[in-house]
Structures are given as structure tokens and as C-alpha cells.
Design a protein around this ligand. Structure first.
Ligand SMILES: Cc1ncc(COP(=O)(O)O)c(C=O)c1O
Length: 457
């Protein structure tokens, strides 16, 4: 059961099928364009959507809004140092700014950045700096039903192949995303982080964690890896971070806040360069684009997220949701990840070919059927037209991620979502594909507009 009581409630919206059809058409079949007031259950993201605790809210009243040296910054610094062991803690207003700072500072055009799988903003920040984002996750990650406890693991042999191909000087750093969001919220094992770290340090290459969901990752390790069974969540987190040289963090996930992030490292010279850039784009080094009260909420959220009871409920709630879907015959990525259930659109809608964006079509159908908002992680997000030929390359997976906000929905809400998915499965042959009407070059899924493909295509 939930290890907390509910003190504040927020009504949710109920809409008619006609209201939803009109809203979706006006939104260009892109769920990012829908007003949240027209969503019944919002599973677009687990990022920045958490419910904060009374302790975090009371901390916000203790916000010290000094431009420099706010006491809340020092609370955050102390907490981050305790968890990560990294000396330099540079606050940012969200995770992608930490990525922006890192890649604008360390990347040269043509550099390669390996990751297990880059998240979309990570990939975009690498590419924006004219680098090449290379996914080196284990092959099992692409097998949606392979029962592997650590599908987020890095394939070190792929790192070997990359370095043989491009040379050490072309790889300024390696990233490891815990848990691996774009691969289904799957964890990375401590042993794999150790092997990746060993590889990096043998070649003199720094290792950075993309640490948004470090606590959920640690909980999986405790459950699945005998090496971690007797350790606390904090000890497991400590063991991970000790293997790296720094991390980027969107605190909007395991920081249990609505806004915030940071970059942390032990590299003094790098920290100086990052801090100088921070002042240019975010603000002074002790606030980094955040109010003092936000810094306090993050410091407290990072402490709360280490609570094993909280994590047992959190990861258990997502697993139970996945099990309900499996029982209803809905194809999902297995095993269930830490923060979301991923519907496998290629199996859900086998009649819709990839050029007609099956995962986006499924996400739209879920909204029409039940007012549920998920997010496409497939061809719209990662597909790319070749500049010269116009031919598209498609990602291996077409998924709809149903991300579960932290401490927000009850099992009854998720049962409703499972019922809607199962109803949709029963009438899946009535769902049509989509075509692009307009699309931006960078992070196209956020703003693209689409239209239904009619029977004639
Ligand atoms: C793995 C991962 N990295 C980076 C980010 C970017 O964080 P933000 O949305 O705070 O910019 C996210 C956000 O969802 C993420 O899941």
C-alpha cells in the first residue's frame, strides 16, 4: 500500500468522446498540444509531475531567495555530495540544461558520445553540438519480451568496436543512463556499471551518469542482484556514483519535485568551465535558474526518494499496472520498467506500417477512447528523413510510454487505464495510421502536426 496519506486533492477532468475528437484534431494529432484540462489520466511523463510531501512544501516556506549563497543551495549541495560523493554541485533548472552545459563544454564537432540509450534531449544536445550520439545498450534491450533483469546494461563490446573505429580522442566521455528511459525504464546492474567504468578508465575517458532515476535503479539492483541485497538504497547509489566522474540529473524524476536539476562532478577544471557557462545561461552558481525554495524542495526530495518503503510502492505500483495489462493480453515491453509501462505498438497495431507512425496512432487512440495521455517513443520521436534522399530510417522500437507520476495516481486510476487499453485492443482494426503535416528539425515530436491516413493512404 501507499506509505503515505493523501492531504490535498485535485479534481480530474472528464470529457465526452466528441470533445476529445475535436481537441485532438485541433492539436494536430500531437498530444503535447492538448490542454491538460482535457486529460482524464495524464501519463505523458513522470517528469516534474510528482506530488510533493508536506515536508517539501514546508521546506519551500524556508526558501532563502538571496542571489548568492542561499542556505537552501548549501542544503542541496550537502545532500547531493552525500548521495553522489561529487564535490562540485551545479544547480540547473532542469536536466537538459545540465546536458547542454556538459556537451557545449566538452564536445568537438564529429565527437562520438556512447550511452546505453540516449534520452531524446541528451541525443539532441549531442547532435546540436555536432557530435554523434551512439547507443551501445545490450542487444536484449531491443527484444521486447526477453526476460533479462538488467536490460539497461551497456554492451562493453560495442564500446570496444566504437573506439577501434573512431579512436580514443574522438570519445570525450561515456554516459550511462540509470534507469534507461528510452529502452523501457530498464535498470543497469552495479556489475555492468563497474565494467563500463573500468573500460572508461582504462582508456582515460570520463564516465557520466544520466542519473534522473538513480533511486529506482538502485531499488531494482537491491531486488535483483544478490551483490546489492544487503545494501541500503543510499549505499547502492553511493557505489554507482563512485564508479563515475560526474552526473547530470533531472530532479523532476527522483528528486520528487516539479522543477530542477543539477550537474555534479569531481573534476575541478571541468566544474570551473561549467560554472562559467552556467552564469551565462542560467544564473549564479548557487541558484542556477531556480528559486531558493526550489533548491530546498530538491534537497528534501532527494532524501525522501531513498526511502525503501516509498520505492517498494512506487516500483510495485508500476509493476502491478503492467501485470494487469499482460493479463488483458495487451502487448507491453517486459519486464516492466521502473517509471512506466511501454505498450508495444508494433504488436498492438500490426496492420499499421512504421511510416504511418503506429505508436503515435495508438497514443491518439488511447486519448480518444479514454482521455488518457501517453507519449510516443518511436518513429515520430526518433525516425529521421535522409537529407539527400528523403528516405526515412526508423527506430527498432515503436512504443507508447505510459509514465506514472510519483505519488499522484492510485491503483484505481491505473486499473481504469488498463481497462481502456483492453477495450482498444478489442477494436484495434478500426485504428488508422498517421502522416506528418509539419515537423521541426530538432526534437520534432514536441511540435509536429499530423493527420490521419485515410483508407486510401
Ligand atoms: C533519462 C533522461 N535524461 C534527461 C532528461 C531531461 O530532463 P528534463 O526534462 O528535466 O530536461 C529526461 C527527462 O525525461 C530523462 O528521462
Amino acid at each position: 500500500m501507499e506509505p503515505y496519506k493523501i492531504k490535498v486533492v485535485e479534481p480530474i477532468a472528464f470529457t465526452t468522446p466528441q470533445e476529445r475528437a475535436e481537441a485532438l484534431s485541433a492539436a494536430g494529432y500531437n498530444l503535447f498540444n492538448l490542454p491538460a484540462t482535457l486529460i482524464t489520466i495524464d501519463l505523458l511523463t513522470d517528469s516534474g509531475t510528482s506530488a510533493m510531501s508536506d515536508r517539501q512544501w514546508s521546506g519551500m516556506m524556508l526558501g532563502d531567495e538571496s542571489y548568492a549563497g542561499s542556505r537552501n543551495y548549501f542544503n542541496l549541495e550537502r545532500t547531493v555530495r552525500r548521495i553522489t560523493g561529487y564535490r562540485h554541485v551545479i544547480p540547473t533548472h532542469q536536466g537538459r540544461v545540465a546536458e547542454n552545459l556538459l556537451f557545449t563544454t566538452v564536445l568537438k564537432p564529429g565527437d562520438r558520445v556512447p550511452n546505453n540509450i540516449h534520452f531524446d534531449t541528451t541525443r539532441a544536445n549531442v547532435e546540436h553540438n555536432l557530435g554523434v550520439a551512439v547507443d551501445c545498450v545490450v542487444d536484449e534491450a531491443y527484444d521486447v519480451v526477453a526476460d533479462h533483469p538488467f536490460k539497461g546494461n551497456m554492451d562493453v563490446a560495442k564500446l570496444d568496436r566504437l573506439i577501434a573505429e573512431v579512436g580514443r580522442e574522438r570519445i570525450p566521455l561515456v554516459m550511462l543512463t540509470i534507469t534507461n528511459n528510452s529502452g523501457g525504464g530498464q535498470p543497469v546492474s552495479l556489475g555492468n556499471a563497474r565494467a563500463t567504468s573500468g573500460w572508461c578508465h582504462r582508456h582515460g575517458i570520463p564516465l557520466f551518469f544520466d542519473a534522473c532515476r538513480f533511486a529506482e535503479n538502485a531499488y531494482f539492483c537491491k531486488q535483483r542482484d544478490p551483490e546489492c541485497a544487503q545494501l541500503s538504497i543510499e549505499q547502492i547509489a553511493n557505489a554507482f556514483f563512485a564508479l563515475g566522474d560526474g552526473c547530470t540529473m533531472s530532479a523532476k524524476k527522483d528528486g520528487l519535485v516539479n522543477i530542477g536539476g543539477f550537474i555534479a562532478t569531481n573534476d575541478d577544471a571541468l566544474a570551473t568551465r561549467l560554472s562559467n557557462m552556467l552564469i551565462l545561461i542560467e544564473g549564479f552558481t548557487t541558484y542556477g535558474g531556480l528559486a531558493g525554495r526550489d533548491l530546498e524542495a530538491i534537497a528534501r526530495g532527494l532524501e525522501e526518494v531513498l526511502d525503501e518503503r516509498y520505492l517498494a510502492h512506487r516500483v510495485g505500483q508500476v509493476r502491478r499496472f503492467g501485470e494487469r495489462l499482460v493479463a488483458a493480453g495487451v502487448p507491453i515491453l517486459l519486464p516492466v520498467g521502473g517509471h512506466a509501462v511501454y505498450l508495444d505498438a508494433l504488436r498492438f497495431l500490426p496492420r499499421i506500417p512504421q511510416p504511418q507512425f503506429p505508436a503515435q496512432a495508438l497514443a491518439c487512440a488511447l486519448y480518444l477512447e479514454g482521455g488518457i495521455r501517453g507519449v510516443e517513443i518511436g518513429g515520430l520521436m526518433f525516425g529521421k528523413p535522409n537529407e539527400a534522399t528523403g528516405a526515412w530510417t526508423w527506430p527498432e522500437l515503436e512504443m507508447v510510454r505510459l509514465a506514472v507520476p510519483r505519488r499522484v495516481y492510485t491503483d484505481a486510476h491505473l486499473d481504469y487505464v488498463a481497462d481502456v487499453c483492453s477495450r482498444l485492443l478489442a477494436r484495434r482494426d478500426t485504428i488508422h495510421g498517421l502522416k506528418i503535416v509539419s515537423r521541426a528539425e530538432v526534437l520534432p515530436h514536441f511540435t509536429a502536426r499530423l493527420a490521419p491516413v485515410d483508407e486510401a493512404g
